[in-house]
Design a protein. Structure first.
Length: 288
């Protein structure tokens, strides 16, 4: 649970170069889109030497694993959109990069895929192994910000990375590694927070411009107490797409998803806001 930079591999545990650390901020219930309160800048350097994904999700891995399968933001919004871009997977080798508690890995294996999965958070790896027990899923601990050296070159037909790249500062090396492990013509499908959506929210940008990468933190509501402090990166759309194409991927389709109709009955306020503006962006690219 990394844009035209040098090929040196930078862990998110290393210094955050060129990124502003924003926080502390007001609590966000991530089941309800942001209401754009004023951000507070902080010089607190407690967390820049930790991996955002691992540090964040270790706090509430069990709660996330229990609620994410049915939480409207996931089950009725991001996950169906991401899954729609993957297509049929029966008989294919699929990499689930940043697999979390294995929700998508289990689904894909149930449809006949051979899945390799990994996550940076040890607790998530254990939860994924439990969820995927008995299925054709091989799960490892790994960091999206480092080489995927346990994976052979040209070994997968599909790569899916669901809401994990927001925790990676430098995307270019990650997209390059995805290109290495993918077979010719393979598809990469990933989802991220929408850069403009996050820009509109002053908590995520602080005083920085749209064109800068910002590391920000929020207390997430919606997963019980204590509310976890979750850090991520906000970056401009061009940085995402240029890093992707420079790594040898051709963009095939982009979704700014609409909520599923069923969400209207479950969470009408969330449905109304997501029907007005997207929270995430989902991308499909083909290896060239």
């Amino acid at each position: 649970m990394i844009t035209g930079v040098a090929f040196a591999w930078l862990s998110l545990g290393q210094a955050v170069q060129g990124a502003a650390l924003v926080g502390p901020c007001e609590t966000m219930d991530n089941s309800v889109p942001n209401r754009y309160p004023t951000a507070l800048m902080s010089t607190d350097e407690k967390t820049p030497n930790e991996l955002p994904g691992r540090a964040s999700y270790t706090q509430f891995a069990d709660r996330y694993a229990e609620q994410a399968p049915v939480k409207p933001h996931n089950a009725l919004y991001e996950r169906p959109a991401t899954r729609s871009l993957l297509g049929a997977v029966a008989g294919l080798d699929v990499l689930d990069a940043g697999c979390g508690p294995g929700i998508l890995s289990a689904e894909l294996a149930g449809e006949g895929a051979r899945v390799q999965a990994f996550d940076v958070t040890p607790a998530m790896v254990q939860l994924a192994k439990a969820r995927c027990a008995g299925l054709a899923v091989d799960i490892a601990q790994g960091d999206l910000g480092r080489p995927l050296d346990w994976l052979a070159s040209g070994s997968v037909d599909r790569i899916v990375c669901s809401l994990a790249l927001d925790y990676v500062e430098h995307l270019a090396p990650t997209f390059q590694e995805f290109h290495r492990v993918a077979r010719p013509g393979a598809l990469l499908v990933f989802s991220m927070s929408h850069p403009m959506r996050d820009w509109i929210d002053t908590r995520t940008r602080g005083s920085r411009t749209y064109f800068e990468t910002t590391r920000f933190g929020l207390h997430w509501g919606g997963f019980g107490e204590p509310k976890p402090w979750v850090e991520a990166f906000r970056r401009p759309l061009a940085d995402i797409f240029n890093a992707l194409m420079e790594a040898g991927w051709a963009i095939d389709r982009v979704l700014e998803p609409m909520p599923q109709p069923e969400m209207k009955a479950v969470s009408p306020a969330l449905h109304a806001e997501l029907a007005q503006a997207p929270a995430f962006i989902c991308v499909r690219a083909r290896r060239v």
